[in-house]
Structure formats: structure tokens, C-alpha cells
Design a protein around this ligand. Structure first.
Ligand code: IMP
Ligand code: MG
Length: 176
């Protein structure tokens, strides 16, 4: 018996992988042979980042930062907690931030501002698997994303509730 029984599947593993394949093809076309630094936001982006990275053909380097905005509930605290922002010198580099989901946009804004202040990047883009536009509080938009989602709390494929369900290969919501 699967302990994720109460999760209603919303985006299947096949749909996720197929959109990632399309996104990777687009990025391969855009960056061609230029080196690209992927900067993933732990822990939610880890599944997306690794699946995407496997399909990229340019020289890729992978870095991670650890930020938190959500506490143990499902409402954004609005304030970003920078748990670990240690990165190599990204001056002159192409950087692609990789996120699981952009919701209020606070995390995206924090990281884009941080990277732009700290480094003189060659190029900075923001990529998110999911875009939950309904709750945006600023003008952040992902440069690339795979799915629009409605205002529902989602879990799976990296996303958690109280630390659980990150390992699901699909995305779902908790059926009440
Ligand atoms: P934002 O700062 O409000 O845009 O939220 C960004 C972060 O909140 C994401 O990286 C997720 O970690 C988390 N988050 C937002 N919506 C959801 C959701 O529906 N499920 C799980 N995590 C979420
Ligand atoms: Mg996240």
C-alpha cells in the first residue's frame, strides 16, 4: 500500500518528462555550446534540476542555494530565509536559476537581486517547472516554465508538505 494514497495526481510523470524534454531542446538551441551554470534552489528544485540537466548538451555546471520561505504550513511567510548562498565566482557566466514553482515571486526576486548585486553576470534567466500566477505579489515572471498551475497547494517531484512527498515522480495535491 502506497503511503501517498491520499494524493490526487495532477501532472503525470510522463507529462513532466515530456515538457522537460521540450524545455531542454529549447535551452540547447539558445545556449548552443556556451557554458551554463544551473543554480537550483534546494530542496524543491532537485528533481527538476537533475532531470533537466541530464538532457542539456552544453557544458553545464551545477550549483545549489538553500532558501526557505515556507515554514511548516502552506502559506508563504513573505520573508526569505537565506540558509546557504555560497556560490563560486559567477562573474561573466551564463546563469539559469532552477526552481520547482514560482508562487508569490518573493524567492525569485530575492535570488535574482542577490545574484545581480553580487556578480556581474553575462546573462541571468529564471526557469521554473511550475508557474502559479494567481498569487504573484511582484512583477517576476519566469523566462522559461513547463506548466501553469492554479492556486492549489501541490506536492511531489521535489515539492513537499512538512517535508513529505518530495520523492513522488508525479505532481499532485492532497485530496480532502
Ligand atoms: P514564492 O517565494 O512564494 O514564489 O515561493 C517559492 C517557493 O515556495 C517554492 O520554491 C516552493 O518551495 C514553495 N511553494 C510555493 N507553492 C508551493 C506549492 O504549491 N507546493 C509546495 N511548495 C510550494
Ligand atoms: Mg522551492
Amino acid at each position: 500500500m502506497n503511503r501517498a494514497d491520499n494524493i490526487k495526481q495532477f501532472i503525470s510523470e510522463e507529462q513532466i518528462q515530456s515538457r522537460i524534454k521540450e524545455l531542454a531542446a529549447k535551452l540547447n538551441e539558445i545556449y548552443k555550446d556556451e557554458e551554463l551554470y544551473l543554480v537550483g534552489v534546494l530542496k524543491g528544485s532537485v528533481m527538476f534540476m537533475t532531470d533537466l540537466a541530464k538532457r542539456l548538451t552544453m557544458p553545464v555546471k551545477m550549483e545549489f542555494v538553500r532558501l526557505s520561505s515556507y515554514g511548516s504550513g502552506t502559506t508563504s511567510a513573505g520573508k526569505i530565509n537565506a540558509v546557504d548562498l555560497s556560490l563560486p565566482d559567477l562573474g561573466g557566466k551564463n546563469v539559469l536559476i532552477v526552481e520547482d514553482i514560482i508562487d508569490t515571486g518573493n524567492t525569485a526576486k530575492f535570488l535574482v537581486d542577490f545574484l545581480n548585486q553580487k556578480f556581474k553576470l553575462k546573462d541571468l534567466k529564471f526557469c521554473s517547472l511550475l508557474d502559479k500566477k494567481a498569487r504573484r505579489v511582484n512583477d517576476m515572471q519566469p523566462d522559461y516554465y513547463c506548466f501553469d498551475v492554479e492556486d492549489k497547494y501541490l506536492v511531489g517531484y521535489g515539492m513537499d508538505i512538512d517535508g513529505k512527498y518530495r520523492n513522488l515522480p508525479y505532481i499532485g495535491y492532497i485530496e480532502v
